[in-house]
Design a binder for this molecule. Structure first.
Ligand code: CDP
Length: 222
């Protein structure tokens, strides 16, 4: 049976960076489920789909083919055959993903894909509802968080390094808005699973957070 580590938490907590590094150390496959929601959001934004119009949404979803490929241990996202890995990282797509992720039909479309990836390999899967909904039997569940200020600072640095113009205040506001929407939606809201280990990385370096996760995984595997 494969081993699954579920990493959930709010926006910009460092889930993807920490999970990706820990996956390399543990020889696990890193699965970024947020990238899947972002890919759907990109299609909906680019095709001006009214997400409140059930028929239009359902037609759009039927036209979306999501492809995932791993290159140099990096998860690349394909939307109907086109590599969109970079284009899904804008603040606009972040907000769009959080709106789309509240729609049950969108979540349903990704559920089987996420579960089948965990069935096929040892995974570290990060998202919002992995421990609570997608992989409730994961052998290790982590709720990774940090203060809003620290999360906004990290996301600001990341976006600035990628050349995206943004302000710290704006990023902070967007993160709070997204957290609120993600935690208050009806379907699979962001919340800590009862059996998840809380890892607050506000005062941790990246290496410390990676070591903490890796250590917990090794304990559970032995
Ligand atoms: O990297 P960051 O924390 O900014 O976001 P992400 O993990 O890429 O996720 C983008 C959005 O997708 C989130 O704000 C959630 O609304 C949604 N999401 C979700 O609902 N469930 C997941 N398992 C993963 C992401």
């Amino acid at each position: 049976m494969s081993f699954a580590i579920a990493v959930d938490g709010p926006a910009g907590a460092g889930k993807s960076t920490v999970s990706k590094r820990a996956a390399q150390k543990l020889h696990f496959v890193y699965v970024d489920t947020g990238a899947m929601y972002r890919t759907i959001a990109l299609y909906l934004l680019e095709h001006d789909v009214d997400t409140e119009d059930e028929e239009a949404l359902s037609e759009a979803l039927s036209k979306i083919r999501i492809g995932i490929e791993y290159r140099d241990q990096t998860q690349c996202m394909f939307l109907n055959g086109e590599d969109v890995s970079d284009r899904i990282r804008t603040p606009e797509v972040s907000q769009g993903a959080s709106v789309a992720a509240a729609i049950p039909a969108v979540r349903q479309k990704l559920l089987d894909l996420q579960r089948s990836m965990a069935a096929e390999a040892d995974v570290i899967m990060d998202g919002r509802d992995i421990g609570t909904n997608i992989l409730p039997d994961a052998q290790l569940k982590i709720f990774l968080t940090a203060s809003v200020e620290e999360r906004a600072r990290r996301r600001y640095l990341e976006l600035s390094q990628n050349g995206t113009a943004c302000s710290l205040e704006e990023i902070s506001r967007e993160i709070e808005e997204r957290d609120w929407r993600d935690s208050h939606r009806e379907t699979a809201p962001l919340c800590r699973a009862e059996d998840a280990v809380l890892l607050d990385t506000s005062d941790m370096t990246l290496d410390e957070a990676v070591d903490a996760l890796t250590q917990l995984a090794k304990e559970r595997m032995s």
